[in-house]
Design a protein around this ligand. Structure first.
Ligand SMILES: [Zn+2]
Length: 271
């Protein structure tokens, strides 16, 4: 059998789908090709202002540290360290380098790096008259984002919880259409803001929570991760049918779904 494969680059994907207008603007942008062009552009009035793009979360001390400069006003850049000397703020240069031009998926770009700058602290990247926001280099950089991601689970609990934003959610789910049999499918987490009881995302959530507990057992965890795993697992067990199969989802029957959609539309029109 002859299987044809097509490689779709991110650039082509974006061009085809037109999802990210900003990214498309980047694709079509005129980027200086040489250092001489940067100098020319800096002295002329640039059609687009320079922009320095850097990971807003920050960098791990031993991780790679890259940034991109759109329409760079200069070829050289410096990385300044924030220092507070008894209330006097200083920004001594901690790193300097030269931008490199490269052809990336989203178009040509100029980038710089300060990967070998490993001392924890707050930094600023400067290139000509543009500078970044404060950048954190910190070994526990992902602690807070991970906690925010974890908090999504308790707030999205469906059913009779004391943490879910919409609790208590429908507690009488569900009844089969073909037989009047009642099914207890309460619990789990909301998934796509609709009327379905899904199974598709639950295992991903359970695996992710397990990974969080195993690799990064955080100090703030006083049993919340275990509790969330139990909550998701109880729902998973409810979705196992007597014949051993796992139900993919329980849905509204098509007619009820249609009535619900029409109701939503008319209530929106009245609003
Ligand atoms: Zn719910």
């Amino acid at each position: 059998m002859n299987i044809q494969t097509t490689t779709l680059s991110r650039r082509r994907f974006l061009q085809h789908t037109a999802v990210v207008a900003g990214a498309l603007a980047t694709v079509g942008r005129r980027v200086p090709a040489t250092a001489a062009e940067i100098a020319t552009q800096a002295s002329a009035t640039p059609s687009e202002p320079p922009r320095l793009l850097v990971n807003h979360v920050g960098f791990l001390p031993h991780g790679a540290k890259y940034f991109v400069v759109e329409n760079p006003p200069a070829e050289e850049y410096t990385v300044a360290r924030f220092v507070n000397r008894n209330g006097r703020v200083e920004f001594p240069t901690a790193w300097q380098g030269r931008l490199t031009r490269m052809d990336a998926d989203l178009g040509p770009a100029w980038f710089g790096q300060f990967t070998d700058l490993r001392e924890e602290g707050l930094y600023l990247v400067r290139c000509g008259d543009v500078q970044s926001r404060m950048i954190q280099v910190y070994r526990r950089l992902y602690d807070y984002p991970l906690r925010m991601l974890f908090n999504y689970f308790p707030s999205q609990r469906c059913g009779d919880s004391t943490t879910g934003y919409n609790a208590p959610c429908p507690l009488d789910d569900a009844r089969r259409v073909d037989t009047p049999e009642h099914l207890d499918v309460t619990g789990g987490w909301h998934q796509s803001c609709d009327c379905r009881k899904w199974m598709l995302g639950t295992p991903y959530g359970l695996l992710g929570l397990t990974q969080l507990a195993r690799t990064n057992r955080p100090r703030w965890d006083r049993g919340q991760i275990d509790g969330e795993l139990r909550w998701g697992n109880r729902y998973f067990l409810k979705m196992i049918r007597p014949d051993g199969g796992v139900s993919h989802e329980y849905d509204l029957p098509p007619t009820a779904l249609l009535m619900w959609v029409l109701g939503e539309m008319s209530s929106h029109h009245e609003a």
